[in-house]
Design a protein around this ligand. Structure first.
Ligand SMILES: Cc1cc2nc3c(=O)[nH]c(=O)nc-3n(C[C@H](O)[C@H](O)[C@H](O)COP(=O)(O)OP(=O)(O)OC[C@H]3O[C@@H](n4cnc5c(N)ncnc54)[C@H](O)[C@@H]3O)c2cc1C
Length: 414
């Protein structure tokens, strides 16, 4: 059976990775059609804009690269399209960026919509066709792509197909991860999805939860196994979230899957030594309450003080030596992580062993995969979007090369 439509190049998934792949093809005057299941494109990208759209990071190239697992798979992408290239690309679209105090890079307006609007206009002007409300269902027995749209089923044949279907978190924004089962049925190896950059559950006391939910824990250090990070976390009704927690989420999850729970250790005063803290505690004046003393002498107040009291017994609070140690090394047991649907991103996805350097499936020439649907991981900080964009550039360029080699081969054989 022939397909309803025959096309040169098809992208499935209109997130940052898919749109970037489309741009590379369009630059070479190749007609591209992008299909997306949702009524509008780039929904997760727009959602990222609510947090200010952390596009990339300003740290040096070597530290930047170390954020990725597996590093050796992501390195060639970043050699082709790195943070500087991303900043220039945004500038070409009329979007200036700035470096925040943490080194993270944001668009001046701290929103995704202006960038996406300018980008979509440029793509449309260069001939890219976008079909929303087209859900990819799999392949038919002839290898044609099957789509569900409002009128029924559509089959499409294309010389090049770039899958950019996203990971498995926030399914209501489109990336529901249902593609993984279809890929597996075709014999394409995929690693199961795991929450990444996710929050953790903890059963706070009623008072603590009522008074502290939504409060930040600023300038603290957290240790899980051998990993320690300094930064800010947020107390939530369910437990803990925020960039510091996300940055350690892989290690915390490792503990939970190996031991059934994770122990993490807070350092509430990372810039002070235990001796210094003990000294201050010993000099407490008798008329000062402990809370007052902690606030005045050590700057432990608000949510930090509440956390210290929540995780410490009354006896420990009264014992100066124990308290000094606990301020520097306060244990908390985390029983479980939040559901995958709430994670900022997911690890797992198409196995790199299945792919060429140009991100084409070795078993299916002409089919490429990009973005978060591949099995890599990175913390928040702009690293996720940078790699998604970069993978779109790499696969888009490889697809251009593939089409040009194919047309030469067909030309020679005619
Ligand atoms: C709340 C939140 C905040 C974030 N903030 C940041 C940030 O500030 N910085 C950062 O670097 N990263 C951030 N991220 C992560 C970043 O948004 C993602 O890593 C990125 O969007 C992934 O891009 P992608 O193109 O691979 O996939 P997605 O953006 O997930 O796009 C996949 C597309 O595929 C479509 N699709 C899926 N299945 C089908 C199907 N069967 N048929 C047709 N279409 C389909 C979906 O509708 C979707 O449009 C954030 C994520 C979340 C959830």
């Amino acid at each position: 059976m022939s397909a309803n439509i025959s096309l040169n190049a098809v992208i499935i998934g209109a997130g940052p990775a898919g749109l970037m792949a489309a741009e590379q093809l369009a630059r070479h005057n190749i007609l591209v059609t992008i299909f997306d299941a949702m009524p509008s494109v780039g929904r997760k990208f727009l959602r990222a804009g609510i947090g200010g759209l952390n596009l990339t990071h300003s740290e040096n190239k070597s530290d930047f690269l170390k954020r990725y697992t597996p590093v050796h798979q992501i390195e060639p992408w970043l050699k082709r399209f790195d943070a500087d290239a991303l900043i220039s690309w945004a500038k070409e679209l009329g979007i200036d960026t700035f470096v925040g105090s943490s080194g993270r890079i944001f668009p001046m307006q701290k929103k995704a919509a202006p960038l996406l609007r300018a980008w979509l206009k440029r793509l449309k002007d260069s001939g890219v066709n976008i079909e929303t409300r087209h859900r990819w269902l799999g392949w038919d027995e002839h290898g044609n792509l099957r789509f569900q749209n409002s009128e029924g089923e559509l089959t499409v044949r294309s010389e090049v197909v770039i899958f950019a279907l996203g990971g498995g978190s926030w399914p209501r924004l489109g990336s529901d991860g249902r593609w993984m089962e279809i890929f597996r049925q075709r014999g394409i190896n995929c690693q199961p999805f795991r929450s990444s950059n996710c929050g953790f559950n903890y059963s706070w006391s009623d008072n603590f939860q009522r008074e502290q939910q939504g409060q930040p824990l600023k300038n603290v250090c957290l240790t899980s196994q051998i990993s320690s990070k300094k930064g800010d976390a947020t107390i939530s009704a369910y437990g803990l979230e925020g960039s510091l927690i996300y940055g350690l989420s892989a290690s915390i999850q490792d503990q939970i899957s190996n031991k059934g729970q994770a122990i993490v250790y807070w350092d509430l005063l990372p810039d002070r030594s235990v001796t210094d803290i003990r000294g201050k505690l010993q000099n407490r004046r008798s008329k000062d309450s402990l809370s007052n003393m902690l606030r005045k002498q050590l700057g432990i107040s608000g949510s930090k003080l509440a956390l210290l009291k929540e995780l410490t017994s009354k006896e420990q609070m009264q014992n100066i030596d124990a308290l000094a140690e606990l301020i520097k090394n306060l244990p908390q047991i985390l029983p479980s992580c939040r559901p995958i649907s709430e994670a900022i991103s997911t690890a797992g996805g198409v196995d790199f062993e299945q792919l060429t350097e140009g991100l084409m499936l070795k078993s299916a020439p002409g089919i490429f995969c990009v973005g978060e649907m591949l099995d890599w991981d990175a913390p928040t900080g702009g690293y996720l979007l940078t790699a998604c964009f970069a993978s779109g550039v790499v696969a888009g360029e490889a697809a251009v090369k593939y089409l040009s080699q194919r047309s030469k081969t067909i030309g020679t054989s005619n």
